[in-house]
Design a protein around this ligand. Structure first.
Ligand code: PEP
Ligand code: MG
Length: 612
């Protein structure tokens, strides 16, 4: 959230041009007038309910619950209840929160036992739940916190008789700015009217940014004091690729913006022409492009987007219910649905990757000071084999419908891999003994996201069936730079030669063991990151469903042999600056890549120009 201010003279008039830097959340550029979206804040006083009124207060709560559910049903109906639309999925997940008996019982208990008025009980229980989820290290949980706050607001809207949702009278082509946009506000916004979003509270994984990406609306998040720095009706340019917002742009900014709009239009048209390009480089190296998914409903979207299977199914959502882990039958159903969506392609199911804090409070263990270095991922699961066994059994049973494979997160030693494999054997034996059908061989892979795993990749490759590089974590652990901390954001870069060397070492280890290496972190879809992964010898890429076609088209325009030379030169670089210089030197003569220097940073546009 660095803010640079400069003053410019335009047409003799003194005008303040402000450049704000946030986090690039959804690509694309847009210009338009700022529209400030202000959500209603509810004032919820605490009242003590007299004993004779407790029953009617509980009835009032249950009535509000019913009306809130009906309200969601009405919004879904208005949107057309399309299960492939992320907005509909979010609303459906809110309905599930209302159906979370344990959570709703907790609210009713607060009314009954503590004699709290219904609105206060709703606020207390749901805010506490949201705060708790926000304190966890995983972005998935923080995203869930926004859902809980959304549900809270909807219930309060019913209980307090107020309009709980912002209107939709957004002027055509507006830059919508808000401190926070709750998922259901987002669902009711008309994307055709919104040119871009600028949001103070939001991360790359929050619903709002996922929906902005899926609707192709540019977005920047993490800009502080939105209401102060973005004056209503002022013109702004939002650059969702680099995370910039220019308020009151200069004439030169406007010209640059127009040029990039034209480039984007050209790019869209070319991408459409190449939408069926196979995942193959110009010199014939086949690189399947698979999808990263987080919910079972994403599988159909990924398939429609051209994905060849699932390279990463983050299964943490199964842990979201108030009552803890999802039961085996439910898990099995979810996995089966995804596996059967891709009967001929691999579906990679990652076992639970929970962070320390969540597990600590759940299991009554002490809080961890450093949850990212604590009982996370496979470490937690090996401490609680009963949980991992349930998940593995469910995966093995779902495997009959297709090509499921198991992926283990946060592996840092060979012995962890062996212990996990032993549990897979045990689960298979239990199922066989019970007469259950399972696929004979379900591959077991290791996520390479911890430095020790990269260093020991040759040893791990002897016991693993495949690797998948998790560049999001690998970058943070190699550089000791928290992936979510803006203060060290300039250090966190997967193009750093240290990260590239870790990947190189991993690929060599895999080659020695004769196993394939995939990559499923964000690096796999970022233009330069993806080129270097191919150059370093990665065999498969897994990216967000909406990125599959772009990545496949990009592959079709480059030669693996040239990227291998580029990667070798980058491996020899001293630092990130040198890596970037080398890339620029090698790629600049290729008309597909346009390099541009703006505001002290340079940018590589991949513009899909023909190379021959
Ligand atoms: C990664 O670390 O790169 C990864 C894909 O896993 P996650 O982002 O879920 O930690
Ligand atoms: Mg990870």
């Amino acid at each position: 959230m660095v803010r640079l201010r400069e003053v410019e003279l335009v047409k003799g008039r003194k005008r303040k041009r402000t450049l704000l830097r946030g986090v690039a959340a959804s690509p694309g550029e847009a210009m338009g007038p700022i529209y400030l979206l202000v959500s209603q804040e509810f004032h919820v006083p605490r009242r003590r309910v007299p004993p004779q009124a407790v029953a009617s207060e509980i009835r009032r709560f249950r009535g509000a619950l019913r009306l809130a559910r009906e309200e969601i049903g009405a919004v879904r109906a208005r949107l057309g209840t399309n299960p492939e639309d992320p907005a509909d999925q979010i609303l459906a997940s809110h309905l599930m929160i209302f159906q979370d008996r344990e959570l709703m019982r907790e609210i009713a208990a607060a009314i009954k036992v503590e004699r709290m008025n219904a609105a206060h009980a709703v606020r207390r229980v749901l805010v506490a739940k949201a705060h708790y989820l926000e304190s966890l290290p995983s972005e998935v949980f923080r995203t869930r916190a926004a859902d809980i706050r959304d549900v809270e607001r909807r219930l309060l809207g019913q209980l307090l008789g107020a309009e709980s949702f912002v209107g939709t009278e957004i002027p055509e082509g507006a830059i919508v700015a808000a401190t926070e946009i709750l998922p259901s506000d987002m669902a009711t916004l008309d994307p055709e009217r919104v040119a871009a979003f600028v949001i103070e509270r939001g991360t790359l994984a929050s619903h709002v940014t996922i929906m902005a990406r899926s609707r192709g609306v540019p977005a920047v998040v993490g800009i502080a004091d939105i209401q102060e720095v973005l004056p209503e009706n002022e013109i702004a340019i939002v650059d969702g690729e680099r995370g910039f917002v220019i308020v009151a742009p200069s004439r030169q900014d406007i010209e640059v913006h127009r040029a990039s709009q034209e480039r984007a239009d050209r790019m869209r048209a070319r991408l459409h022409e190449r939408r069926e390009s196979p995942g193959e480089t110009r010199d014939g190296k086949r690189i399947p492009v698979r999808a990263n998914i987080e919910r079972p409903g994403d599988a159909a979207i990924a398939r429609a987007g051209g994905a060849e299977g699932v390279g990463l199914f983050r299964t943490e959502f199964l842990f979201m219910g108030a009552s803890g882990f999802a039961r085996e039958v439910f898990q099995q159903e979810v996995y089966r649905q995804v596996v059967e969506t891709f009967p001929d392609d691999p579906v990679t199911l990652r076992t639970l990757d929970l962070g320390g804090d969540k597990t600590a409070s759940l299991m009554g263990l002490p809080r961890e000071d450093n949850p990212f270095l604590g009982l996370r991922g496979i470490r937690f699961c090996l401490e609680h084999p009963e949980i991992l066994l349930v998940q593995i059994r469910a995966i093995l049973q779902a495997s009959v419908g297709g090509r499921a494979q198991i992926l283990l997160p946060m592996i840092s030693t060979v012995s962890e891999l062996r212990r996990a494999r032993e549990l897979v054997r045990r689960a298979a034996a239990e199922l066989a003994a019970a007469g259950q059908a399972i696929r004979a061989e379900v591959p077991v892979g290791v996520m390479i996201e911890v430095p020790s795993a990269a260093l020991m990749s040759d040893a791990l490759a002897r016991d693993a069936d495949f690797f998948s590089i998790g560049s999001n974590d690998l970058t943070q652990y190699i550089l000791a730079a928290d992936r979510g901390n803006e203060q060290v954001a300039s250090l966190y870069n997967w193009l750093d030669p240290a990260v590239l060397r870790a990947i190189h070492h991993t690929v060599r280890g895999a080659e020695a063991g004769g196993i394939p290496v995939a990559s499923c972190g964000e690096m796999s879809s970022e233009t330069l990151g993806m080129l270097l992964l191919v150059g370093l010898g990665v065999d498969e890429l897994s990216v967000a469903p909406g990125q599959v076609r772009r990545v496949r088209a990009l592959l079709g325009g480059v030669r693996a042999s040239e990227l291998a030379k580029l990667a070798q030169r980058c491996l020899a670089a001293d630092d990130i600056g040198e890596v970037l210089r080398v890339i620029r030197e090698q790629l600049a003569p290729d008309p597909q890549f346009e390099f541009e220097e703006r505001d002290g940073r340079w940018l590589c546009h991949w513009c899909l120009a023909e190379t021959e």
